[in-house]
Design a protein around this ligand. Sequence first.
Ligand code: FES
Length: 174
Amino acid sequence: MSDKNNKIPFNEDNYTHNIERNNERKLDRRGFMKTLVGAAGVFAVSSLPWGAVAAKELMGLGEKEYPHKKITEVSKLPIGDAVEFKFPGDHDDAILIRLSENKYVAYQNACTHLRCPVFWVKEQGEMICPCHHGKFNVETGAPTAGPPRRPLPEIQVNVENGAIYAVRVKRYEA
Ligand code: FES
């Protein structure tokens, strides 16, 4: 306890101590303004077009190029056959299908419904997801039956010196 409290009347205490209230109020107001400015800032950031950025990414307008990855030799993939590979990461399952002498298509083969692996069924000429009977058009990756609504992400491939390389992923291109 300070000795000031032992004096009567207190040095700085009197019945007009309420006068300090103005200052307190000013502080309050300043604090309030700070909060208001902070809230406005949060609102401004939250209203930035993140949705548009995400949509652009999802619509495939932002194509991604990765280090080229050799999938297989042309001579090892007969027309009509498919081979599975990983791209762009070691955990990203993908499938390459040779449709004709010089036509190849490749997709990330996690089903766009619930990510079951999608298979190439040569006899039916379709890509099939066994989990819920989803089907995809092999030429475009677009869903043709079952619950999937989005196309399989396409992987662009290049043929160089008798080998087939994965080059980039086209995300959800419609
Ligand atoms: S996970 Fe492929 S159809 Fe459901």
